[in-house]
Design a binder for this molecule. Structure first.
Ligand code: ADE
Ligand code: ZN
Length: 342
């Protein structure tokens, strides 16, 4: 790709809105933490683990992803994991990030909610003071588990409510429709959490309707399959709801067969508010900037498209309005300064 565009992608200040902290777990760190906690991974080496990263669908990936999380036991493990991600944010000029975490994948193994959140928060505070990177937390319910388990997680979260901005819904989408979680989302909203959910990644457009109408989500994670339903597209546009799209994830999980066929350009053309995100970068072969590079290259996007996508990510963040405006102003200044030289 053109060096100038690559530099532009590197330097433009960005936000990331769809990122699972457990999906940032690089094999090297996973092995180091496994060793220090004396836990055996079902892979002999980093190389063997990396070789297993070949997925034919979402479930293939989730099986490995949950195996990886098993080595996380202590506060320092969650701190190390999260700090490693913030180092990547700093390198890529990500100025704000909204981080999902899956409490049930830890509490089900006997790790306390407090351990998870304290470790993550220590890194968040350090990233803010050291690099000026702001962040928010999204507590995601695992949709393959029961409604009861989600309610229990909601209860466990309450002492830490001030640190959590939103609730999400992730894991195996097929056969786990949003309707299964209608009541727990209602209770979560009553506690002050903003409702978000994965929908239309592998599940049909009907699941997106359910997430919008029953869970009343403010943003759609993925949402690719909205393109099957013209009424749904209109509804999403009219209600000003953004999509957090993850190109390399879509490729690796066979949501798309080829990046040249990735729908993000079509989504932009339709007037949908799309953002670019890395989802689980340690597993899908690229951090956020690589996701931008991949779509720019395969779909012939230019600087103005990248600018629009990045602007959406600040615009549709969950930041307070004043902070949002500050980021948008910085972004506009960057664009004006760099546009003259293009
Ligand atoms: N958990 C982590 N990444 C996910 C994805 N892409 N879809 C559903 N659940 C996930
Ligand atoms: Zn995701």
């Amino acid at each position: 790709m053109k060096q100038k565009l690559q530099t532009f992608i590197q330097n433009i200040p960005k936000a990331e809105l769809h990122l699972h902290i457990e999906g940032t777990f690089e094999p090297e760190l996973m092995f180091a933490i496994a060793q220090r906690n004396k836990i055996d991974l079902p892979y002999k080496s980093v190389e063997e683990l990396k070789k297993a990263y070949q997925f034919s669908c979402l479930q293939d990936f989730l099986d490995i992803y949950y195996t990886g999380t098993n080595v996380l036991l202590k506060e320092e493990d969650f701190y190390d994991l999260t700090m490693a991600y913030f180092e990547k944010c700093h390198e890529q000029n990500i100025r704000h990030t909204e981080i999902m975490f899956d409490p049930q994948s830890h509490t089900d193994r006997g790790v306390s909610f407090e351990t998870v959140i304290k470790g993550i928060n220590q890194a968040r505070n350090e990233a803010q003071s050291k690099y000026g990177i702001s962040s928010l937390l999204i507590m995601s319910y695992l949709r393959h588990l029961s409604e009861e388990s989600a309610f229990e997680t909601l209860k466990q979260s309450l002492p830490f409510k001030e640190h959590i901005k939103a609730v999400g819904l992730d894991s195996s989408e097929k056969d786990n429709p949003p309707s299964k979680f209608e009541r727990v989302f209602q209770a979560s909203v009553q506690e002050g959490y903003v409702p978000l959910a994965h929908a239309g990644e592998e599940g049909s457009s009907e699941y997106i309707w359910e997430a919008l109408k029953l869970l009343k989500i403010h943003r759609i994670d993925h949402g690719n399959r909205c393109l099957e339903d013209r009424n749904l597209i209109d509804y999403i546009i009219q209600n000003d709801i953004a999509l957090t799209v993850c190109p390399l994830s879509n490729l690796e999980l066979k949501v798309v067969t080829d990046l040249k066929q990735h729908p993000i350009r079509q989504m932009l053309n339709l007037g949908l508010k799309v953002t670019v995100n890395s989802d689980d970068p340690a597993y899908f072969g690229g951090q956020l900037n690589k996701n931008f590079e991949a779509i720019a290259e395969n779909l012939n996007l230019g600087e103005s498209d990248i600018y629009e996508l990045v602007r959406n990510s600040f615009q549709y963040s969950l930041l307070p309005e004043t902070e949002k405006q500050k980021h948008l102003k910085d972004l506009e200044n960057f664009y004006q300064k760099n546009f003259f030289f293009l």
